[in-house]
Design a protein around this ligand. Structure first.
Ligand code: FAD
Length: 530
């Protein structure tokens, strides 16, 4: 017999199997001797009360042998001799999951990636962090695995109607992720584990006859009579195209410029802009768990904040407990910050983007920007220009070599320049600067008000113990590449399939992966009805 049981246990009990057996027996009135085992279906932390508890949903085996967790399997078919092959531009989550989906249908994927493989990419990240030198082809956003490879690897998404989240999570587990991601409320993988998982995915693609080409930056699309015929790369190669999945991410500005130059329809898209806030992890633990130190059984605490300030939504973005602030620029003379964490999230700081929703109307009203870009106000690249404008101001305020401008939170809100800065995880270094001179006025005002209000929600959040670093600007794509709702093809260019975050159809690893699968399935249907 099997029975679903819900338990609320202390953190130290949640990983102790004999204690859980006793708790199951107490809750079901079934003798422990009859309970052969259990599988965890869901696990979450309930920190609302005076003391945190772990909420568990278990599938309990009674009077019958316990079974292990069933991992959903997939069959990747041999596509060495496949009649159809699909070009995929970009080896981020969207591109990789599109490739795997094509292999499920026996179609050969050919991935063209501008960056390097995960291992070689690591050296370029070291140069960014240690010397402040950024390679525009290989960095935190570009290279195998895309922007998600050296991230926190958070695997939750609000877009649960866009695809099969469980399928994505099971795929990660098959390629080496911990099974815990299948039942945790807020699963994450961690920067140290993601590269092996991405490598295993690539090996699977190659073993089935797919191709993965690194250092292949796509620079041109050959279009004849409204049909995409071929792809050209920076090294002079050309690839004949049948169908092309364009999954180049939100930072492929050259691709947006290329589409614009070729008069292919693209649209300006709102995004969110702000800073990355960093607090001592112990402060967040104390506020969230109401106990410090948090002990060995609870993970470093996270938070999620949202506040409407005047006309603008302000919210936390990509929160990284026990994390590091990452330098995520992709072009020279720009500062972009983001965050990552190792699987154990064992660094002493908690960081999170705190960002303000930005629309075209907001942008058009920013005096300095308007003056400089007055001829571009109707351009579909307007939001991209704005994003870049702020990133360049941050670079100038930091003083070069990827040093980022920073300010203590209370100083920022009260208009004081910070005389000193606290320790910060951002490895290229931070420099005290007045961030209102970097950020547009409406973003500054919204953030100043929001930080004070966040202090009412998380004790100690509004504090000079915390530092904010500018600028968090690559929260989503500043451009949308439209596609037909049914075929998922670009409405003007046959064979072109915009996909993933860069095209505006995803935000985060899981949703990009789901969009990759979705586009691949749409192509299969059109090609062969499969
Ligand atoms: C530091 C950091 C931390 C993050 N943390 C998280 C997290 O914890 N959880 C989460 O869900 N999301 C996180 N994100 C966001 C997440 O990584 C992205 O949402 C996701 O990777 C988008 O997937 P994608 O495949 O659409 O695009 P991308 O991952 O951006 O991949 C696009 C790929 O296309 C390649 N490319 C670009 N231009 C060309 C060209 N011209 N020719 C060939 N190839 C090209 C790029 O090199 C890149 O590999 C993080 C991002 C960063 C930068």
């Amino acid at each position: 017999m099997q029975q679903t049981v819900t338990l609320r246990v202390k953190p130290e009990e949640a990983e102790n199997t004999p204690l859980l057996h006793q708790a199951i027996a107490a809750s079901t009135a079934i003798a422990t001797g009859r309970i052969s085992g259990f599988t965890i279906l869901k696990s979450s932390i309930d920190a609302r009360g005076r003391q945190p508890f772990i909420q568990l949903q278990l599938l309990v085996y009674i009077d019958e042998p316990a079974k292990g967790r069933a991992i959903q399997q997939a069959v990747y078919r041999n596509a060495h001799q496949a009649a159809s092959r699909i070009l995929i531009i970009g080896a981020g989550p969207a591109g990789l999951f599109a490739a795997l989906q094509l292999l499920e249908k026996g179609i050969k994927p050919v991935i063209l990636e501008r960056g390097k493989d995960v291992r070689a990419r690591r050296r370029d990240l070291a140069a960014i962090n240690k010397q402040g030198i950024m390679n525009p082809e290989s960095n935190y956003c570009f290279g195998e695995g895309g922007a998600g490879t050296y991230s926190d690897g958070k695997l939750y998404t609000r877009s649960n109607k866009r695809g099969d989240i469980q399928k994505i999570l099971n795929t990660f587990v098959r390629f080496g992720a911990d099974e815990k991601i299948l039942y945790q409320a807020h699963p994450h993988i961690g920067t140290n584990k993601l590269p092996q998982i991405i490598t295993a995915m690539r090996e699977q693609i190659l073993a089935c006859g797919g191709e993965v080409h690194f250092n292949k930056k796509v620079t041109d699309l050959v279009i004849e009579d409204g049909t995409l015929k071929a792809i050209k790369t920076a090294d002079g190669d050309a690839f004949a195209a049948t169908s092309v999945i364009l999954a180049t991410g939100h930072s492929a500005r050259d691709i947006f410029h290329l589409l614009y130059a070729k008069q292919i329809l693209i649209e300006a898209k709102p995004f969110a802009l702000g800073v990355r806030a960093e607090h001592p992890q112990s402060l967040i633990d104390q506020a969230q768990y109401k106990c410090a130190p948090r002990g060995e059984w609870l993970p470093p605490a996270s938070y999620s904040l949202v506040q409407q300030v005047q006309q603008h939504g302000v919210f936390s973005f990509c929160m990284c407990p026990g994390g590091i602030i990452a330098p995520a620029a992709t072009g020279p003379g720009e500062i972009v910050v983001n965050g990552w964490s190792p699987s154990r999230r064992n660094n002493p700081h908690a960081n999170s983007g705190i960002v303000v929703q930005v629309t075209e109307q907001d942008v058009a009203a920013v005096p300095g920007f308007k003056k400089q870009y007055k001829s571009k106000m109707d351009s579909p690249l307007l939001m991209l220009y704005f994003q870049q404008w702020v990133e360049q101001r941050a670079f100038e305020a930091g003083g070069g070599k990827l040093v980022a401008p920073a300010q203590r939170i209370a100083d920022f809100c009260t208009g004081k320049i910070s005389q000193t800065l606290p320790d910060c995880s951002y490895l290229p270094g931070i420099h005290a600067a007045p961030l209102p001179e970097v950020l547009p006025p409406f973003v500054t005002t919204a953030l100043q008000q929001a930080f004070k209000l966040f202090g009412n929600k998380i004790k100690g959040y509004y504090s000079n113990d915390a530092v904010i670093v500018a600028t968090e600007s690559r929260t989503s794509s500043p451009v949308r590449i439209p596609r037909d709702g049914n075929t998922l093809q670009h409405p003007q260019v046959k064979n072109l399939y915009p996909c993933g975050e860069g095209a505006g159809y995803a935000g985060g690893i899981v949703s990009a992966a789901m969009d990759g699968e979705r586009v691949a399935r749409a192509i299969c249907l059109q090609l062969e009805g499969i």
